[in-house]
Design a protein. Structure first.
Length: 647
């Protein structure tokens, strides 16, 4: 836990503990819990003995001081016709002081003095204000608060020194009040100063806040690694990251809640992004009612449930939190009715009397009512009994014998191991699909890069080019052969006297008459040797062109063989998906497989994981039930064990 997060934990903890105590504008309901004290006690900085006794009541004997909030200046609203004026608070307490009181009654300025935020502008609602937050910040920056700590145990206190420090502290508070609140005296607003002040004992959160404050205390004391808390507390914004491609994390999405309907693409993408997140990451999924957010939650649970089963660790703890109970109970209800039972030997639950994958732990007063609808604490207490354990083991092993026909007398351990092996097998099948698809896509892309968007047309053109180039080579070779034959049958005179100009010229004219008059390349030759060289070069060029085309054809054949090989692999790995049987493998996409996998492999994995955790629960309860029952006799009934496979 980093330093900044720790500071915020301290701030939020104290803010929560003193939420009601932190307002400056008060109504009668607020001040009922405050202690009213005479101004003489404030001036002396010392509480009456009876008040000190009340403050330390219930505290350990070794505690030397308690933290309190005091409100040194109190203004009461002037009533109209003996009634409080509409729209105004009953009291204004413009200064709050966080102080400590020792057992001798002296007050020590150990904490800050502030003008309450609810009476300072700006506010996001119309309210009674005395000043501005800016002015308070400026005052605090310019004026150092005169704090002083309680003395150590056994240390004598000099009364005069204490009095000087206390008077200095009161002057500081008055100066803050007049500076920040613009010398407000209450008269124009209908408030009058009273001759008493308020004190409130700090950090006594109750109700639901009590547990949250206890959590903050744990964070402050142990400073654990809490990435989610640190993400909430971070000061800077996180850099944007690109979204995942469609159908990402195919094999990581291991479980699905039903065998009838697959996730929609948006739900699938949301699940992938959630699973791709690091510890502490927050994923916001937005959608109006009916768009499948609860269905997405079920798949989240199923995937995490299956992942933990495959890895063999502890089951995931998944917390549903909301600003209203209805949203939470909607999820709990979905856990009871929206997970499909399936068909076959792995269908449904192998443990008797289990009707939901969710547990609901309401407040004690609502337990009886909620137990009629949800699986509550009392339900799980009944499960942790020898009678239920014996019945559940018999039912579980009976279903296991049906599911694994080769083992007519299964044990809990053997069954759990077999279930885990089946889960891992389906994980391997999902991984094989995920790994094979990009290889097929790459093979197809290589063909497209070489041949364009219409490979068949490109191959047809290449075949035509090969045929024409072959014919061109044969024709050129024939012309060269014919010319050499012509030279071989020339008169010996042309050969012997070819160096003589007139004879050489006539020899060239006769040679050109032998070849095609339209062949400008040969007709422009300077002598017969030049004609022979040009014919030889033409043969070489035609042969090289043919070789290039043949190499292209070989590359095409290689890519086509590679695609066919990957297509056969693709056909093999998608064969485990029932939906793949009705469609040629070449037309099946990863998106098709994603939908089919939801209602087959992933749903099967969810059922297997369910029975895996049921078996794990039976094994652990069988081992720990004596301790559970012994503990229950000593203490109040406790919640069901955390592994919770039956819930």
């Amino acid at each position: 836990m980093n330093d900044y997060s720790l500071k915020l934990a301290n701030y939020w903890r104290n803010s929560l503990a003193d939420a009601e105590n932190g307002n400056g504008a008060l109504f009668n309901s607020h001040v009922k819990t405050y202690t009213v004290l005479p101004m003489a006690a404030l001036a002396a900085g010392c509480l009456p003995a009876e008040q000190v006794e009340l403050l330390f009541a219930g505290e350990p004997a070794q505690l030397l001081h308690v933290d309190v909030t005091l409100r040194p200046f109190v203004y009461a609203s002037r009533p109209e016709h003996r009634k409080a004026r509409n729209g105004l608070p009953a009291f204004i307490t413009p200064i709050l002081c966080r102080v400590s009181v020792t057992r001798d009654g002296r007050i020590y300025a150990t904490g800050p003095a502030l003008v309450p935020r609810d009476i300072l502008e700006p506010l996001d609602y119309d309210n009674f204000t005395l000043g501005a937050q800016y002015d308070l910040d400026r005052f605090l920056a310019a004026q150092e608060a005169p704090r002083f700590e309680p003395p150590a145990s056994g240390t004598d206190v000099d009364p005069e020194q204490y009095r000087e420090k206390w008077i200095s502290y009161l002057r500081y508070c008055k100066n803050m009040f007049h500076t920040v609140c613009n010398a407000w005296d209450g008269a124009e607003d209908g408030f009058d100063p009273v001759n008493y002040w308020y004190l409130f004992k700090e950090q006594k959160a109750d109700g639901f806040s009590f547990n949250i404050v206890a959590l903050y205390d744990h964070l402050r004391a142990s400073k654990p690694d809490v990435p989610l808390f640190e993400r909430f507390a971070q000061r800077g914004s996180t850099a944007d990251e690109p979204c995942l491609a469609a159908n990402s994390l195919f094999a990581s999405r291991r479980g699905h809640a039903g065998d009838e309907y697959a996730l929609a693409p948006a739900q699938r993408d949301s699940l992938a992004h959630l699973l791709a997140g690091d510890a502490g990451d927050i994923l916001a999924v937005n959608g109006p009612p009916g768009t499948g957010k609860t269905t997405l939650v079920l798949s989240v649970v199923a995937s995490l449930w299956a992942k933990a089963a495959a890895e063999g660790g502890e089951p995931p703890v998944i917390v549903a939190s909301s600003t209203n109970n209805q949203a939470v109970t909607n999820i709990i209800k979905a856990f009871g009715k929206d997970f499909a039972a399936g068909t076959g030997p792995f269908a449904g639950r192998w443990l008797p009397d289990i009707n939901s994958f969710g547990a609901y732990f309401p407040k004690a007063s609502a337990e009886a009512e909620m137990a009629r609808t949800y699986q509550t604490k009392s339900f799980f207490l009944e499960l942790e009994s020898q009678a239920y354990l014996d019945r559940a083991q018999q039912a579980y092993l009976g279903r296991a014998a049906m599911a694994f026909a080769g083992d007519p007398q299964p044990t809990l351990k053997n069954t759990v191991d077999k279930l885990q092996a089946e889960i891992r097998l389906r994980q391997q099948q999902l991984a094989a699909i995920e790994q094979t698809w990009p290889r097929l896509v790459a093979a197809r892309k290589a063909i497209q890069d070489l041949l364009g968007d219409d490979p068949r047309a490109a191959i047809s053109r290449l075949e035509t080019q090969l045929r024409l180039q072959t014919e061109q080579l044969a024709s050129t070779q024939a012309r060269l052969k014919d010319f050499k034959h012509y030279l071989a049958h020339e008169s010996l005179i042309y050969t012997l006297f070819g160096w003589f100009g007139p004879i050489a010229a006539k020899r060239l004219r006769l040679a050109k008459l032998h070849v095609d008059e339209a062949d400008t390349e040969l007709q422009s030759a300077v002598d017969v040797h030049d004609m022979e060289r040009r014919l030889t070069a033409a043969v070489s060029h035609a042969a090289q062109s043919l070789k290039t085309l043949e190499a292209q054809r070989e590359r095409v054949d290689e890519l086509l063989r590679g695609e066919q090989r990957e297509l056969l692999n693709w056909q093999a790995v998608i064969g485990v998906l029932p939906g793949a049987t009705g469609k040629p493998a070449a037309q099946v996409t990863l998106e098709d497989c994603d939908a089919w996998a939801d209602t087959s492999l992933r749903f099967e994995t969810f059922l297997l994981a369910t029975h895996y955790w049921e078996g794990r629960w039976l094994m652990e309860v069988a081992e720990e039930l004596p301790l559970i029952l012994k503990s229950r006799k000593k203490m109040a009934a406790r919640p069901w064990k955390k592994t919770g496979g039956a819930g």
